[in-house]
Design a protein around this ligand. Structure first.
Ligand SMILES: *Cc1c(COP(=O)(O)O)cnc(C)c1O
Length: 654
């Protein structure tokens, strides 16, 4: 493609994009596709000769759009918003054209300096204290990271570095690894899974502090746990407070937690990924009380502020800790102003850095502070409207207070009723939501996600939910399925009741099929099923089932509960095979049977009383968002150790 064609195609694409966004309401928000659908639509190797643009362009509608979840749709209510805007898109276009890789000041001075200035703007917009801003002779400042997860990890690593340094001053003979193994991080039981991930990567222990009835982590509980850990010889070093949790948008008590961290010399990080955007409105800064005691804070303008992904704003009070934790400084990257201007490579994990400040700059200038405040307040108003609609219907309840643009709701009654409602709503594709479990209650999250959302959209969505609810409640006859009382559930897994499950969420690796079994430990599920399983001729004779089971076994990766149940159902008596029409696992290709450690068909043709028998295992404790990871193969037997957490897992015996 040459410049002449680019001028034409570029303009066409801009028109296509504007049409897409303005008419997005007409598209089904959640695609009606099964895993692997794209494989049938695209050749399995690249074209030898280049193709013309019109052919490529046509495939946007033919191939891509049918499989897109339309995040910009007003009927998208899942996760948190990931908004964009026209000025942001123009900024991205320009940044893509410049395509500089601004790791040092000299590698593109405007990229570094604009980022410093715009991060100061944004810091002031949300009311951060001066010492978080870039100042002459100051050590604070802001940086744009890729994601909130990365900001959390960077903060943890900086805190770790500081803790190790301090400890070594006291005990000069201690080894880094030895100190590291004693470090403990803390967060609330509502914190995002990325906090746990950061602790896993940093090889530090993590403790979940149980929240109060408002789903808020409080100072006294945190302090108590820290003291207990010190007595046991651990080294508490880092706390992540969440402002606007993913489950119900609850807020930790920053003021109390800040006092604890100051007194106990812990690095305090704030994860305000979603709610941070709202702090541009002074009325929402109540939650920021105590921010002066914080060491690092981040939020995602890429969520609610119409600056599109990726853009995570992060500020630190003491950038020296980042420098010392990350500074490698090879000679080839030095320049004559080294040390005078900022080199952002020391503030982040990768060396290279996109020119992201430009889209943030365009958005802030084009909307102005008042324009952005108006956008936030409108989102909150629409959520309030939805909340009022839910409250007007006695069949529903709102089990956690609404904050900002997120309403969580459920049908009064057993969890399974709300779960059925959620499944039906999503399968109809008119609106898209994700569930969560909060204090033992299954809830559906409803976030207002689009700047295009109108009153009419909200009313229409509520109509859809009501219609489906009526259907579900009519169908639902109590006693039709075995119920598991909550007390029984808690007995089986003590973590249930405080865990946060975001099904199908790219933010969380956990996959929940939603049946009540999802909250059981795997060992329990296997033990239960093993009592009832009988091998049946029809399952043995079904090639589809054999393929699927083989696929599951060969994948060698963490099973979703759905896969585990399919494995069981495939050899369970009586029921029609649920595997019919199911696609193979995404990374399982039927034509690629070679090279696998699993050889031969799975042929359960010897009904054996011992098959899948599992001895009673001692109950395992586990963290709230980890599934044990063991490679499952039919060859292994006895015990295996979970790669992630070190627990002993019983594997299936052949
Ligand atoms: C969305 C979210 C995250 C993850 O954000 P990424 O930028 O995708 O890493 C982390 N914490 C909270 C509270 C969130 O809402």
């Amino acid at each position: 493609m040459d410049a002449t064609e680019y001028r034409i195609r570029g303009k066409e694409l801009v028109d296509y994009i504007a049409d897409y966004l303005e008419d997005i309401r007409e598209r089904r928000v959640f695609p009606d596709k099964k895993p692997g659908f794209l494989r049938d639509l695209i050749p399995d190797s690249a074209p030898i000769e280049g193709e013309t643009w019109p052919r490529i362009f046509a495939d946007i509608e033919n191939v891509i759009m049918p499989g897109v979840t339309h995040w910009q749709s007003p009927h998208m209510h899942a996760y948190f918003p990931a908004l964009t805007s026209y000025p942001s898109m123009l900024g991205e276009m320009l940044s893509n054209a410049i395509n500089c890789v601004g790791f040092t000041w000299a590698s593109s001075p405007a990229a570094t300096e604009l980022e410093m200035i715009v991060m100061n703007w944004l810091g002031k917009m949300i009311g951060l204290p001066e010492n978080f801003l870039h100042r002459k002779n100051g050590s604070g400042g802001g940086v744009i990271q890729t994601t909130a997860s990365e900001a959390t990890l960077i903060s943890l690593l900086a805190g770790r570095w500081q803790a190790i340094k301090k400890y070594k001053e006291l005990y000069p003979d201690a080894e880094n690894g030895e100190i590291n193994s004693k470090l403990v991080a803390y967060c609330s039981d509502q914190a995002h899974s990325s906090v746990e991930k950061a602790a896993l990567i940093g090889l530090v222990h993590i403790r979940y502090i149980e929240c109060d009835e408002n789903l808020s982590m409080r100072g006294p509980e945190l302090l108590q746990t820290i003291k207990k850990d010190r007595e046991l010889g651990f080294i508490p070093f880092w706390v992540c407070a969440t402002l606007g949790t993913t489950g119900a948008c609850s807020f930790d008590n920053l003021d109390e937690i800040g006092d604890v961290c100051v007194e106990e010399f812990l690095w305090l990080h704030v994860d305000a990924a979603y709610a941070g955007s709202a702090f541009i409105c002074p009325e929402y800064r109540v939650w920021l009380k105590g921010v002066e005691k914080v060491d690092s804070i981040s939020f995602n303008p890429s969520k609610w502020l119409m600056v599109h992904f990726d853009c995570t704003a992060m500020w630190v009070k003491n950038s020296l800790a980042l420098h010392e934790a990350f500074n490698v400084d090879p000679v080839y990257l030095q320049h004559e102003y080294s040390g005078l201007a900022i080199d952002y490579m020391h503030w982040q994990i990768p060396l290279s850095k996109r020119f992201r400040a430009i889209k943030l700059w365009f958005v802030i200038r084009n909307y102005g502070i008042t324009g952005l405040q108006k956008h936030i307040r409108e989102g909150v108003r629409l959520a309030q409207k939805f909340e009022a609609l839910v409250q007007s219907d006695a069949r529903f309840e709102i089990p956690a207070k609404r904050h900002l643009g997120l309403v969580v709701f459920r049908l009064v009654g057993d969890n399974i009723i709300t779960e059925t409602l959620w499944k039906k709503i999503n399968s109809r594709g008119n609106i898209h939501c994700v569930p969560a479990i909060i204090k033992g209650k299954y809830i559906i999250r409803f976030t207002v996600t689009s700047p295009r959302t109108t009153n009419e959209d909200i009313v229409k969505d509520w109509q859809e939910i009501k219609t489906v609810a009526t259907e579900v409640l009519n169908e639902w006859t109590p006693g039709a399925r075995p119920r598991v009382p909550l007390a029984d559930t808690k007995n089986r897994n003590e973590n249930f009741g405080t865990s946060l499950l975001l099904s199908n969420s790219p933010m969380s690796p956990k996959i929940v099929n939603g049946s009540f079994a999802a909250i059981y430990d795997r060992d329990d599920v296997i033990a239960e099923y093993s009592k009832t399983i009988k091998l049946r001729q029809d399952a043995q004779n079904s090639p589809a089932m054999r393929r699927r089971i083989k696929g599951i076994l060969m994948s060698g990766k963490q099973f979703s509960l759905d896969s585990r149940l399919d494995l069981f159902h495939g050899i369970e008596a009586g029921t029609p095979s649920p595997s019919e029409g199911l696609p193979p696992l995404e990374d399982y290709n039927e034509s690629e049977d070679n090279g696998s450690t699993f050889s031969g068909e799975f042929e359960p043709n010897e009904p054996n009383d011992d098959f899948l028998q599992v001895p009673n295992a001692p109950k395992q404790k586990r963290s709230k968002s980890v599934d044990h990871q063991v490679p499952i193969s039919m060859q292994s037997e006895g015990y295996t150790t979970c790669k992630k957490c070190g627990h002993q897992i019983i594997t299936i015996q052949k």
